[in-house]
Design a binder for this molecule. Structure first.
Ligand SMILES: [Zn+2]
Ligand SMILES: [Zn+2]
Length: 280
């Protein structure tokens, strides 16, 4: 079977207006009444002081929470058709409930994963800016993207959980980017945000250059469900949030302990995912 080409997916998304910068802007300011007017006025003052910057390259843009035209062209938003489990984009629609080669070889421990955009040279600035560059003001815009890309998952989820950071990394990085995304998504959807259910017990070295097998070893025993909160996990449908899906090892490790604690369903929603030729 030829490798599914994700380019088609990007074209489809653009053609239906998803993720369009100006659409984001409309969504963010559509607050009716006095509160909306005050909010708009406040934002205008803020904009005058701090001109809005492109979420990816940092260039000036007309409205906060948007991309400049250059970045908009370059960033590939993912959409169906895709693998029914991990969300790997397919170039053509093979029909419902079709899975990619990687998922057929070994099914991940999460039920389904979906991503907003493809992690590549074009989107790296956006993802790393949010992770290390203190571009935390982007969280509401990313939550709107996550809400759209994960609509099916959100329809079934009862709680939203971020992939936790170990306290040592939290200390050096000052914030957990996955928690910021999960919190913003919780605020937007009204679903409970529960950063207290899952614990990171082990400080694992960065996984950037590790193979899939090494990542899995690296993560053994890294996560645990808070023993005082097991009852709150039992029988529940959970949605895990992270910034990037690379091999899926981190999300699988989290899903494994949540399932062991009795979770009925564990889906995952991320901002960006790596789309590897070999993954097909
Ligand atoms: Zn830009
Ligand atoms: Zn798959």
């Amino acid at each position: 079977m030829p490798r599914p080409r994700p380019e088609t997916s990007a074209f489809r998304v653009r053609s239906v207006d998803a993720g369009r910068p100006e659409a984001e802007t409309r969504g963010m300011v559509a607050v009716p009444g006095l509160r909306g007017a005050v909010g708009l006025a406040g934002r205008s003052v803020l904009n005058a002081l701090l001109p809005p910057r492109c979420l990816s390259c940092g260039g000036l843009v007309s409205a906060p929470g948007s991309l400049c035209p250059g970045c908009w062209q370059g960033i590939e938003f993912l959409a169906p058709p895709h693998c029914g489990i991990c969300g790997l984009p397919f170039a053509y629609d093979p029909g419902p409930e079709v899975f990619c080669g990687a998922c057929l070889r070994r099914q991940p421990d999460f039920d389904r994963a979906r991503a907003v955009l493809r992690y590549d040279d074009q989107s790296r600035g956006l993802v790393l800016g949010f992770k290390h560059g203190d571009r935390t003001e982007a969280a509401p815009a990313y939550a709107a993207w996550l809400e759209r890309a994960g609509a099916d998952l959100l329809a079934e989820a009862e709680m939203i959980l971020p992939v936790p950071l170990h306290w040592r990394r939290l200390f050096t990085r000052r914030y957990n980017q996955a928690a910021l995304l999960a919190l913003a998504l919780g605020c937007k959807t009204g679903l409970p945000y529960r950063p207290d259910l899952l614990l990171r017990r082990k400080h694992t070295p960065p996984q950037g250059r590790l193979s899939a097998a090494a990542r899995k070893r690296n993560l053994q025993g890294a996560f645990a469900v808070d023993p005082r909160r097991r009852q709150e996990v039992e029988g529940r449908r959970l949605l895990l949030i992270d910034d990037v899906l690379t091999t899926g090892a981190t999300l699988s490790a989290c899903a494994r302990v949540l399932r062991r604690a009795g979770a009925a369903q564990v889906d995952a929603l991320v901002l960006a995912r790596v789309v590897r030729p070999s993954a097909a």
